[in-house]
Design a protein around this ligand. Sequence first.
Ligand code: VGL
Ligand code: ZN
Length: 213
Amino acid sequence: MAFLPTDVLLIIDVQNDFCPGGALAVPEGDAVVPVINGLIAEAMQAGAAVVLTQDWHPVGHGSFASSHAGRQPFETITMPYGEQVLWPNHCVQDSLGAAFHPDLRSGAAQAIIRKGGTPTVDSYSAFFENDHQTATGLQGYLQARGVTRVIGCGLATDYCVSYSLLDARAIGLQAVLIEDASRGINLDGSVGRALAALAQAGVTITTAQRFCP
Ligand code: VGL
Ligand code: ZN
């Protein structure tokens, strides 16, 4: 497998708050950075698109446990659009925690999609908010560039990465997960469930070595 000009390397939420020491640290989250930097170099050489996403919440966002009286982080509540895990405050717009990991070659991105800006709705996927209707604009961007395959990686495997790749399949794109360029939060086995759902949806699960010969 190699990058094609009709691919996008979609790098999800490699931000300080998802790395060790951050507000919603993913175990080994920072370990993805050198692997992703290698993928960026390969993608650019092949003429593939490179797109980053940034979780980008307003102060007091509805996904924060602190916005719900008496609720604790990692509890689940029911929102009008469905089940919602409540998170610690994280990736607040313009904060250091919302910035990309300093070693990520973020300058290589041709587009940066910011998501999670609607105060009352979370947005795991790079394509649609959690209401599964409100578009981020990524679909139109990829369509305009003639992209037919999404190569996904980043943080977290079981939330924003998997939701993005499932939506890619749902809108008719091919999709690939680079498993070793991703890490998960893993609440109650959520990584295993996510990998099963991805495979079921026709997402190819592979490793960075396949793209970096
Ligand atoms: C994410 C939980 C809350 C993610 C974002 O990037 O996977 N997870 N916000
Ligand atoms: Zn978030």
